[in-house]
Structures are given as C-alpha cells and as structure tokens.
Ligand binder design. Structure first.
Ligand code: SF4
Ligand code: SF4
Length: 373
C-alpha cells in the first residue's frame, strides 16, 4: 500500500489556494460534523522509526510518500527514514514545492523515484499563485538535480484555481518546459466560503472547452507515438481500454493512508486532525487491519461512479459546497469522462496499428496523482 508520511506541518510557501484560503476560512461548520484532535506534533517524531519499520515491513508492497507541510524542510528525517529501510523492498515517492530540491543530497533523491513538484503552468501563473520567483527557483532546482543524475519521474502537480480555467494553455506551457508527466486538481469544494455560482459556472464552461482542446492535443501526440503522462487522462483511459471499474482513484482509506507525526494512521493526508478518519496506528495496527473507508451519498447512485470513483473522500464526506456547486464540479468530471470515451475507438486503432501500445497507459496508482480533478 501507499503511505504518505507527514514530516512536518510547516511550509516555506504561502500559496493563494492553500495558506491564504485557510487563513480566510474561520468557520466551515465541520466541527459539527466531525470530531477533531489538534494535539498532533509539529514534526515527525524520529523515536517512532522502529515502530514505522515494524509496521511498514508487514506490508507486501510498501510505498512511502514524503509529504508535509513541505517535506524538504525535514531533509535529515527523510535521510534517516530512507537509511532505516536500506536493503528492503520499500519504495519512496515525494510531493514537494521543489524550493529545497537543490539542498537535498542527490544520493537520497535518487532513492525517491517519483517526485510530484507543485507548479501551476507558466512562470506568470505559478508566481501569481505561489509567490514571486517560485517558478524560476523550482525550474533551476529541477535542472540541477537532473544534471546531478536524477533520472526518476518528475510530475508537475498543478492546482487549477477558479479564476483561471485555461488548462490547455497551462499544460502546454509545462510540456514546452520539458515535463511529460502532469497532474492537476481543481481547487473547488475544499473550502466553504469560496463558492460563487456565477463565477464557477463561467469557470466550468471555459475549463471544459479547454479540456476538449487538451484531449485533442493528447491524441495528436499519440499519433506521433507519444503517450504523454497527463494523469487525469491516463487513469480514465486505462480503465476504459481495459474495461475496468474503479474505486476512489486516489486510494484514500483503502489502498493509501497517511501516517501522522505521532504515528497515527489516517485515511488521507489532508484529514490528519479529524478523528473520524483515523484508521489505526503504526504502534498497534498492521496494514491488513486498518479501518477502510468508502465513498457515500450521491456518488453511489451516479452512473459515472465506475469510471470516476467518487473524486475525493474528504470532499465526499465534508460537503462544504452546496449541492448545486458539487453538481457543477461533477459536470466537469462527466465532461472529461465523456470526451475521453469519445476517443476510445481512435486510441484502440492506434494500438492496433502499433503506433502506441496498450502498456503505454499503465501507471502506478495511489502515489499522488488523484486522477479525478
Ligand atoms: S461524477 Fe460526481 S457524483 Fe458521480 S461518481 Fe463522480 S464525484 Fe460522484
Ligand atoms: S483526493 Fe481527497 S481523499 Fe484523495 S488524497 Fe486527495 S484530498 Fe485525500
């Protein structure tokens, strides 16, 4: 299974859709819905290393994802965790803002063979969302680790804010900058205060048009033999081509969990202070005894469930937006699925005439890209 390890609650960025929004949301009403526990430690407690080892080694196929806050603020902890699993089958991934990649010893980075780096598209867009100079710094750091011999997969992890629906232009700019692996999530439904019907309606219309253009571009690249790892497309098309039903695609609460700074195990890394999502503890649980969580509510009656999976466990349980807002989010998901389904025959022909292979659509599940934006 996949385990996000929360190394610290601190971050060295103050992004618009994370830090700024969390500062604005004073009362989202979730205290009436869930039980909270704010006693979590600030940083991952290295005294837990033995318990972590014991727990992880009971897993047949364990993957550790370094996560925060910003995980690279705790480089020494990362080194100690990697060292403690030396000569084991544990694999490592990381989700980072990339600002400290240049300070991370390459010997350790090379053990982390997939890194999600937060970038939102062009220099202008990234810096607007994430702060002046962020894009330049992160790109320089990526260049540096590549020069040092980093050969793993680097995935540009975009956040699409409701102000900017131009996903096509932003993804293309990342591809031009050298990325062939891209994922995004729409910043919608995660805060109570930020739903504005007219604004979001306008967003969905323009976003859907842009998605259509991006799918056409993806297919054009396939015709040249190049299957770009645009994760939301990859995940859905893989299921369509292999005729597979999916559960919640991020894996939260059944294939993926978060391990907190004090060793609690929670369904997903953004729910670490919500007791309702506790699944066990590295001290007393084993991977096969962890509590499992299922999507509920309106998703269960949705005809898209087998391909969508339910978008997000937190969103599904917390219901922060009104129904009409959630329905608008679902319209973007249905549009995406329908437009990918429309390409099924074309993609099958490209596989049949050997321009591309079915295995080009294989990807590791649950390591970070949630697939459904
Ligand atoms: S489209 Fe919406 S309602 Fe349907 S399964 Fe996905 S998230 Fe749930
Ligand atoms: S999609 Fe939702 S439930 Fe899944 S990992 Fe992301 S925040 Fe957690």
């Amino acid at each position: 299974m996949h385990y996000h390890i929360i190394l610290t609650e601190y971050c060295n960025s103050q992004c618009k859709y994370c830090y700024e929004k969390s500062m604005k949301e004073f009362d989202n009403g979730l205290d009436k819905k869930f039980k909270f526990d704010f006693s979590e430690k600030e940083k991952f407690d290295l005294d837990l290393l033995k318990d972590l080892r014991n727990f992880i080694q009971k897993d047949k196929n364990p993957v550790i994802i370094f996560y925060g806050g910003e995980p690279l603020l705790e480089i020494k902890t990362i080194e100690k965790i990697i060292d403690s699993f030396n000569n084991t089958k544990v694999k490592f991934r990381m989700q980072t803002n990339g600002k400290l990649l240049n300070e991370t010893p390459i010997k350790y980075l090379k053990k982390i063979d997939k890194i999600l780096v937060s970038l939102d598209g062009t220099k202008e867009r990234t810096n607007y969302n994430r702060g002046k100079g962020t894009y330049e710094l992160v790109m320089k750091n990526i260049e540096k680790i590549k020069e040092q011999g980093y050969k793993g997969e680097i995935i540009a992890r975009m956040t699409i804010s409701q102000e900017f629906p131009d996903i096509y232009e932003q993804v293309l700019s990342l591809i031009k900058s050298g990325f062939s692996s891209i994922h995004w999530q729409i910043d919608a439904g995660f805060y109570k205060f930020d739903f504005n019907k007219e604004k979001f309606k306008n967003f969905t219309k323009n976003y859907n048009n842009s998605i259509k253009k991006l799918i056409d571009f993806w297919i054009r690249e396939m015709k040249k033999g190049n299957v770009l790892k645009i994760y939301p497309f990859l995940g859905i098309i893989e299921s369509i081509l292999k005729n597979q039903k999916t559960k919640l695609r991020c894996g939260a609460g059944y294939e993926g969990y978060a391990i907190t700074q004090s060793g609690k195990i929670i369904a997903c890394p953004i729910m670490t202070c919500i007791k309702d999502f506790e699944a066990g503890s590295i001290k007393s649980s084993s991977p096969n005894t962890l509590k499992k969580f299922e999507i509920k509510g309106k998703c269960l009656n949705c005809s898209y469930l087998d391909l969508c999976g339910g978008r997000c466990l937190y969103w599904n349980y917390s219901n922060l937006w009104p129904d009409e807002g959630d329905e608008m989010i679902c319209e973007t998901i249905k549009f995406l699925i329908d437009n990918l389904k429309n390409k099924e025959n074309e993609i099958k022909s490209l596989i049949k005439n050997k321009t591309i292979k079915l295995k080009d659509f294989n990807y590791e599940k649950y390591f970070g890209p949630e697939i459904i934006p």
